[in-house]
Design a protein around this ligand. Structure first.
Ligand code: ATP
Length: 374
């Protein structure tokens, strides 16, 4: 591998491009993507099907040869640069876990986990292989299962075995492509917590790909939201959820009520926005000035619903209850406001029904301004 000035980040991706020919057109699967992952982070590429996440991850893995850009793993250039470097996948310091776990059914748990070391050149001594396999299996709570046929593991155990196999070489970087999507809903949720605590305990640096926003929000150190081959927003899960930068991010990550408005000025540390349903105060937002057309995003759980007219208060909007949907631990109360229907999340004991008058109180801190309304 070529040493290069890429810093000591476990991963740096710079200006990555990948095109595919599709009949007579070309698809820009990855269109100028750049990001860096810090030591110990779980960094997620999140986006809908076809947005380019897998092509990005496969380029990092060395399974895809990109058309442009550079990839630097732990300070070593593995793809691109003036000499068009391309280090093959098996020479990159990475471990991989995919949706289809890739467990070999004819092998035992031990042999599956040991495989990457058995084929490594130079091959570590037998004793070292045994120690490292035992450590990896213990880390994923599969100690004691060594002699069992891999097919006799549950889905969750097979997924953990795939993780142990990826970890046994102690790679600098772990690549995970939709690793939980073959599991049923309940197990997927349990595995989120398990994978996340393993990643933190073992200090693993990981690039994670998913289209599942709940998975991304609950597990990631940072998230890059992708759309049409590009990263449209990067940030912590809280940033992405609470301060979506575009309509696409607001729509894709969680449920959001969107309201068009025009900035009329600043007041007391907030931003005043004129909308069809009245003037609303939103938090200060850098780069936004009077006269700008913006979108206001309001998460359903940020809305306070009143069935009686509240006293004089700022940021209250009049509406009418459309329907109330029971969703288990809470209810989603849909409220018609002007031409739009808003979703608000309320306590399950809410005594409201269709046609009831409603007042929606929108605390300024629960509103976010999306400067780019497109
Ligand atoms: P998914 O979640 O469905 O896997 P994704 O976000 O991972 O989607 P990619 O698989 O990277 O997206 O695909 C990005 C675009 O590139 C899509 O339009 C896809 O159809 C196209 N594409 C990917 N691989 C190929 C290929 N081998 N040949 C042709 N087109 C491809």
């Amino acid at each position: 591998m070529t040493a290069t000035a890429g810093g000591t980040r476990p991963l740096a991706v710079e200006g990555l491009r990948k095109r595919f020919a599709d009949r007579d057109t070309t698809v820009k699967a990855v269109d100028d993507v750049s990001f860096e992952i810090r030591e110990g982070e779980l960094y997620t590429l999140l986006g809908p099907s076809g947005c380019g996440k897998t092509s990005t991850l496969r380029s990092v893995a060395g399974l895809e040869r990109p058309d442009g850009g550079r990839i630097i793993i732990d300070g070593s250039l593995v793809t691109g640069g003036p000499d068009e470097v391309f280090v093959p996948s098996n020479k990159r310091d990475i471990g991989m876990v995919f949706q289809s776990y890739g467990i070999w059914p004819h092998m035992t748990v031990y042999d599956n986990a040991a495989f990457p070391l058995q084929v490594a050149r130079p091959r570590p001594p037998k004793k070292e292989i045994r120690e490292r396999v035992e450590q990896a299996l213990a880390a994923v709570h599969l100690a004691g299962y060594e002699g069992r046929a891999a097919t006799r593991l549950s889905g969750g155990q097979q997924q953990r075995l795939a993780l142990a196999r990826a970890l046994v070489r102690r790679p600098k970087l772990l690549l995970l492509d939709e690793p939980l999507s073959n599991l049923d809903a309940k197990l997927r949720q349990a595995m989120r917590a398990e994978l996340s605590s393993l990643q933190q305990q073992l200090g693993i640096t990981a690039l994670y790909v998913t289209h599942d926003q709940a998975e991304a929000l609950s597990m990631s150190s940072r998230i890059a939201v992708m759309s049409a081959g590009r990263i449209v927003q990067e940030g912590t899960p809280r940033d992405i959820y609470q301060r979506p930068a575009t309509r696409f991010v607001a729509d894709f990550v969680g449920t959001t009520n969107l309201l068009q408005g025009k900035v009329t000025g600043r007041e007391g540390g907030g931003t005043r926005v004129a909308t069809d349903v009245g003037e609303l105060m939103a938090p200060p937002t850098p780069g936004v000035k009077a006269g700008d057309t913006v979108l206001l995003a309001v998460r359903p759980e940020s809305v306070r619903l009143h069935l009686d007219e509240p006293g004089p208060a700022a940021n209250v909007v009049r509406g009418e209850v459309d329907r109330v949907m029971f969703v288990g631990e809470c209810v989603d109360c849909h409220v018609r406001v002007g031409d739009a229907t808003w979703v608000t999340r309320q306590q399950p004991h809410l005594a409201a029904g269709p046609g009831d008058r409603a007042w929606l109180e929108l605390p300024a801190e629960g509103l976010s301004i999306i400067p780019d309304p497109h």
